[in-house]
Design a binder for this molecule. Structure first.
Ligand code: SER
Length: 331
């Protein structure tokens, strides 16, 4: 029986991986940590939760030992636009957080899942159908921490035999917990805007292509790779995975199938645009398909149907939806 620890468990990715893993293995088998405890109260109450900074190795070691943890999902990180605003903090959280998780895993013989990102590529990477093994010279601090993280995970595997595994996620779209501070956040915000105000002011130019994935596929990638036969893994860390590539104009066109008078306008954020322009338009994920059977289920059409339906249901039930407005107020 697996006993799992999730760092960053209340974030966009963590909150949904936590639900899936608790459903699969039982709530008590999946221990959650996060630096905050003021969101996703249901998750906190449903099973073990600790408010911990992911750089606190001593506390994490105690929790790992107390719960006999054998697998760590390390999901705590600053995203790309936030990292550009505070590069030193990004380095500290993204690198020291990961190093702490790897050290705890080495001491307690745990397997580790860590996400890398399309952010690990840079302007000199081939832009279309980006191969698994290629040039990685990112220009953002987020990307630098992601490449260093990929290498660190490889190192802990070959040097200490820690069972490290991971994928390079594209932008992830979901409706449970909003992302924060990412370049690809627009692709989530646009759906919330569509069902509330029927208009959206986009921070990226309309023809900016980026890889994207719907949350159910992102969750399934994280679980499948950790359950894969280790002998079949040639790459191990940082597998390219993708399910779709689109630009804001294309996404808006699919939204108009549900909200015909949806308006898309632009207020380009120069930091986000520069980051997006340095990332690939689309990835090739053949290695993940062959080595552990990766296969996405959603495309832009089916994801848009599901997001709009889910958000409309939530609106009809009176649940809050004005995330973009709230975020702007907070900024
Ligand atoms: N979604 C992330 C970001 O935009 C990329 O991995 O920062």
């Amino acid at each position: 029986m697996k006993r799992i620890l999730i760092n960053g468990s209340l974030g966009q990715l963590g909150s949904e991986i936590a639900v899936a893993l608790r459903t699969r293995y039982g709530a008590d088998q999946v221990v959650l940590t996060d630096i905050r405890d003021d969101i996703n109260t249901e998750l906190i109450e449903q099973g073990p939760f600790y408010k911990v900074d992911c750089r606190d190795g001593k506390r994490l070691s105690e929790i790992v030992n107390e719960h006999s943890i054998d697998t760590i999902y390390h999901l705590a990180a600053l995203l790309s636009a936030t990292s550009e605003r505070d590069p030193l903090l990004a380095w500290d959280i993204n690198m020291n957080g990961l190093m702490t998780a790897l050290e705890v895993a080495r001491e307690s013989s745990c397997a580790v899942f860590t996400p890398s990102s399309i952010g690990s590529f840079g302007p000199t990477t081939p832009k279309d159908f980006t191969p698994q093994d290629t040039v990685q010279r990112p220009t953002s601090m987020y990307g630098i921490t992601k490449v260093a993280g990929e290498l660190l995970c490889d190192y802990y595997h070959h040097r200490y035999d820690v069972d490290t595994r991971g994928v390079r996620y594209p932008g992830i779209i979901s409706s449970m917990t909003p992302p924060g501070g990412g370049t690809t956040d627009y692709a989530v915000e646009i759906y919330y805007a569509a069902v509330t105000s029927k208009s959206y002011e986009c921070p990226l130019a309309g023809n900016t292509y980026l890889d994207m994935m719907y949350m159910p596929d992102a969750v399934s990638a994280a679980i499948r790779i950790m359950e894969a036969d280790p002998d079949a893994l040639r790459h191990r860390n940082a597998f390219n995975v993708t399910s779709m590539s689109f630009c804001p104009e294309e996404q808006a066109a699919y939204i108009r199938n549900h909200v015909p008078d949806f308006q898309l306008t632009y207020a380009i954020d120069p930091v986000k645009q520069a980051i997006a322009d340095s990332w690939p338009n689309s990835l090739e994920d053949y290695a993940a398909q062959v080595e552990w059977g990766w296969k996405p289920t959603y495309d832009l059409a089916s994801m848009t149907d599901d997001m709009i339906r889910t958000l409309r249901e939530r609106k009809a039930n009176g649940l809050p939806l004005n995330w973009q407005a709230e975020k702007r107020k907070a900024e």
